[in-house]
Design a protein around this ligand. Structure first.
Ligand SMILES: NC(=O)C1=CN([C@@H]2O[C@H](COP(=O)(O)OP(=O)(O)OC[C@H]3O[C@@H](n4cnc5c(N)ncnc54)[C@H](O)[C@@H]3O)[C@@H](O)[C@H]2O)C=CC1
Ligand SMILES: O=C(O)C(=O)CO
Length: 334
């Protein structure tokens, strides 16, 4: 018989689903910290928010399940050196966050974010003037110059930084829109839809130089913290857009603001920020080429059930001695 400790306590409906997994499992849903500190002593597995005092009280803990995908605020030095295995909640959001990213791409390509602002003013003003519009819209006459204020997605290249579950789905969707797709990742080497093999992260400058859209779908780790500074923005095309749905700490907020003010890049769509919530006085709020969503790219009615399913599947793996679905490397934070 194995013992799973849950702390903080979860609701009765989810508890009942966990209890149905196996009669080889005792589940303790601790109501307060003092109960958790007592019960963790002989627990084999833990789900919830582990802390140094809880870990110190554990005598036979083999597995910890984090309730979040990201681990930067979860791991601490004693946890890294502890022999237990750690699993996270990655892989729940791959499709819905990829949809969010493609929504950003479409806004920038077709200026939808700017036309929505114009609509409030009843302003019938084609962005970029009339150049580039076909005769059947403007009336007879010749298109005099190539106007790139509205993009043709199948002419565009999208570069993804981090092709885990979310990044790979972004690649699939972008390829389905006819975009050319490249990616960098330290571990993954192949993703269907990506033009070449996935490049190693040391080729980030190459990715930045060719991309019309750069999508950050990596975790916050010691390696990715402030990976994007002024230098990286200068390596991007001045016509390119940055999209960050990974973690705010990956992008230096001040350098990004300066890059946008200077026109080093054309715009940014951001779901995550170095400072959350983004202060109401921050200049990004007023920039017409910036789209802000308040860390909700993962919002979906399907996520709570997927969250529970991942926990249940990892419990089954634990009881059956099989490899976990979402094993993480404690020292790498993902
Ligand atoms: N905006 C939001 O609401 C949400 C954001 N996230 C963030 O998205 C991240 C990715 O989620 P998943 O795709 O599910 O995780 P995942 O673990 O499946 O994929 C992460 C990928 O990033 C790669 N990576 C690690 N270090 C890297 C580096 N230095 N440079 C480039 N790539 C690197 C990994 O090799 C892996 O392929 C999470 O860690 C989390 O921080 C996750 C859920 C919701
Ligand atoms: O699980 C995470 O890391 C999230 O950001 C969920 O929104």
């Amino acid at each position: 018989m194995k013992k799973l400790l849950i702390y903080p306590a979860i609701d009765d409906a989810r508890l009942a689903r966990i209890q149905q997994v196996s009669n080889q499992l005792t589940v303790c849903n601790a109501r307060d910290l003092s109960q958790a500190l007592t019960e963790i002593k002989d627990a084999d597995a833990f789900f919830g928010k582990i802390t140094p005092p809880l870990l110190a009280a554990a005598e036979q803990l083999q597995w910890i399940q984090s309730p979040t995908a990201s681990l930067e605020h979860y791991v601490f030095p004693e946890l890294v050196t502890h022999p237990c295995q750690l699993t996270n909640m990655r892989g729940l959001f791959y499709d819905v966050i990829a949809d969010h990213v493609l929504g950003f791409v479409l806004c920038f390509a077709r200026n939808l974010h700017r036309y929505i602002r114009q609509q409030y003013e009843a302003d019938w003003q084609p962005i970029g003037g009339t150049a580039g519009k076909p005769d059947f819209v403007t009336g007879p006459g010749q298109v005099s110059e190539v106007d790139r204020s509205h993009l043709h997605l199948s002419d565009c290249t999208l570069g993804v930084v981090g092709v885990g579950s979310i990044g790979a789905e972004v690649c699939h969707r972008a390829a389905a829109f006819g975009m050319t797709v490249y990616a960098v990742d330290p571990l993954t080497r192949e993703v269907p839809g990506v033009v070449d093999d996935v490049w190693d992260i040391d080729r980030l400058p190459d990715l930045l130089a060719i991309s019309d859209f750069v999508v950050i779908a990596a975790p916050h780790t010691p390696q990715t913290e402030k990976l994007f500074r002024a230098k990286q923005f200068r390596q991007m095309k001045s016509s390119a857009y940055l999209i960050n749905i990974g973690r705010g700490a990956i992008v230096d907020l001040q350098d990004l603001t300066t890059a946008l003010e200077q026109g080093d890049i054309a715009g940014a769509a951001l779901d995550v920020f170095e400072i959350e919530p983004l202060p109401s006085s921050h200049p990004l709020w007023q920039m017409p080429n910036v789209i802000i969503t308040p860390h909700i790219a993962a919002a979906s009615p399907r996520v709570p059930e997927r969250h529970l399913e991942t926990l249940l599947e990892n419990i089954r793996c634990f009881l059956n001695g099989q490899p976990f679905l979402t094993l993480a490397d404690k020292s790498l934070w993902f």
